[in-house]
Design a protein around this ligand. Structure first.
Ligand code: M6R
Length: 353
């Protein structure tokens, strides 16, 4: 039931602070110790020489973020693959692979095909899914819940944040993040709430920048490039505005030729080491007439930025940076008079290959 909300998507965007808290109370006990991830899972993962994250759409984008946690905290090399590609073009695997399937529905046919294939080859697999007792959770050796609650809108929002958080917690069970992840996740929940409370700002930005546009861009570097991909998918799938998300450094290798007077270019800037180059890229597209809209975290924000993001540990910033982009997609779609929850040609769960 969407209650007083006009669309499920907005309700689900607003639920993300609660989802972050629910996940923490499931995976940590009162003393802050991890619980709910059995040794059978962590032991098997520690034996692996490489993790393979396999997923589609938004879940794939969450995997791109999760890769950083497994590599930087758990020190296990991690590859992220699109399931529809992996299914028919299996890359050369390491000697001891461990597979992680990410899925909201647990029913995505492309991912199921890969799970079938890797099971036949005898490799261990873990599914992180929102719908437990789904095909992907039943057929993998292990399963962990995402605990986002039912997600009805076709555009995935809270499942993405849940996937990023559960991957972070799982990686922290394998290695050391070097900070108090539980405390930081509590801060993430508070700040997600602060951003969603400020939603009118994004309504104004979306109406101003996107009401009459046919194309738009999201740019960022590093983790911000991962969020740019997700932001672009969200905007294009419900507003039908052709949107590209990409690593900002690639602009000069081709995409910059698409910039015209008034083209909206959203730039995400939450990683200090990328500040100088990203600011340069924003200036380059602005000089070619782009309407630049910068969402920057507090310590790197400048006058003229469209929104200042609150700060948490840099590796967790995708959890905050994604929220404005979900709201931009929502309000742009609303401004164009479209059905936010049910975009044309799309199904919530893609059960065919
Ligand atoms: O249920 P899954 O997470 O496996 O679904 C994967 C994609 O189909 C899904 O994320 C899709 O891209 C969404 N519509 C994106 O908002």
């Amino acid at each position: 039931d969407k209650g007083a909300y006009p669309y499920y998507m907005l309700k689900e965007v607003d639920e993300q602070a609660i989802v972050a808290r629910n996940i923490a109370s499931h995976y940590y006990d009162e003393d802050g110790n991890l619980q709910g991830i059995g040794c059978a899972i962590t032991d098997k993962m520690k034996e692996a020489d490489r993790l393979y994250i396999v997923a589609a759409g938004t879940s794939y984008h969450a995997g791109l973020v999760g890769k950083r946690y497994f590599e930087q905290w758990a020190k296990i090399p991690t590859a992220v693959h699109i399931s529809s590609e992996f299914a028919y073009d299996q890359p050369m695997l390491s000697e001891k692979p461990f597979f992680i399937f990410l899925s909201q529905s647990g029913e995505t046919a492309d991912s199921r095909e890969v799970l079938d294939n890797v099971k036949k080859q005898g490799f261990p697999a873990l599914t992180l899914a929102n719908v437990m007792n789904s095909t992907l959770t039943r057929e993998a050796d292990f399963a962990l819940p995402l605990l986002a609650g039912p997600e009805i809108a076709v555009a995935s929002t809270k499942a993405y944040t849940a996937q990023v958080i559960v991957q972070a917690i799982l990686a922290s069970a394998l290695g050391n993040p070097g900070f108090d992840l539980k405390a930081e996740l509590a801060k993430v929940a508070v700040e997600i709430q602060a951003i969603t409370d400020d939603k009118e700002k994004f309504k104004a930005i979306a109406e101003d920048a996107l009401a009459d546009q046919h194309s738009a861009f999201y740019i960022g570097r590093g983790l911000d490039a991962c969020v740019a991909l997700e932001a672009a998918l969200k905007l294009k799938e419900i507003s039908y505005i052709q949107t590209e998300g990409f690593a900002a450094g690639e602009l000069k290798h081709g995409t910059i030729s698409l910039i015209e007077d008034g083209t909206p270019v959203f730039a995400l800037l939450t990683q200090k080491k990328t500040e100088g180059l990203l600011r340069g890229e924003v200036a380059q597209v602005a000089a070619r007439g782009a309407n630049t809209i910068v969402f920057a975290s507090k310590s790197v924000a400048k006058e003229g930025d469209a929104f200042v993001l609150p700060e948490v540990n840099e590796l967790l910033m995708p959890l905050l940076a994604v929220i404005p982009t979900q709201l931009i997609a929502y309000y742009a779609t609303l401004a164009r008079g479209l059905d936010v929850d049910r975009p044309r040609n799309l199904a919530k769960s893609v059960t065919v290959q």
